[in-house]
Ligand binder design. Structure first.
Ligand code: ZN
Length: 129
């Protein structure tokens, strides 16, 4: 009876051998599947298109407070051809007739109105037709 060998260590009831600890050995951390790291955009620069129209201006000279010299002035308007003007010119050229090409450049309604301060000649804004 006594000569019976004890069962192997690992087979003792309720005992499960732990992982053998190797002193000095590099303990490898359990390998987890690589987590898909959501690409965090570091800096989101939302470029709000700041229109230069700080004050409501139209195509006509407007009484405003100049942001540059802070004087209450009536803006000086200079009409400049916008991309739309060139578009119209092209349309005129292609569809209608040549002499009409210059029409959009003569019509203020087809051009941008640049407002300038008469006091300090600062650029105030553009009214796009
Ligand atoms: Zn001014």
């Amino acid at each position: 009876m006594d000569s019976k060998q004890p069962p192997p260590y690992s087979e003792q009831a309720g005992f499960t051998p732990a992982q053998t600890y190797q002193p000095g050995g590099p303990t490898q951390p359990p390998m987890y599947p690589p987590m898909p790291q959501p690409q965090q955009p570091s800096t989101v620069i939302i470029q709000t298109t700041t229109t230069s129209n700080l004050v409501p201006i139209g195509s006509e000279p407007t009484r405003i407070c100049c942001p540059s010299c802070h004087a209450e002035v009536v803006t000086t308007v200079k009409s400049t051809p916008s991309s739309r003007t060139h578009c119209w010119a092209l349309v005129m050229c292609l569809l209608i007739c040549w002499p009409c090409v210059c029409l959009p450049y003569c019509m203020d309604s087809c051009q941008n109105a640049n407002h300038y301060c008469p006091n300090c000649s600062a650029y105030i804004g553009t009214y796009e037709n």
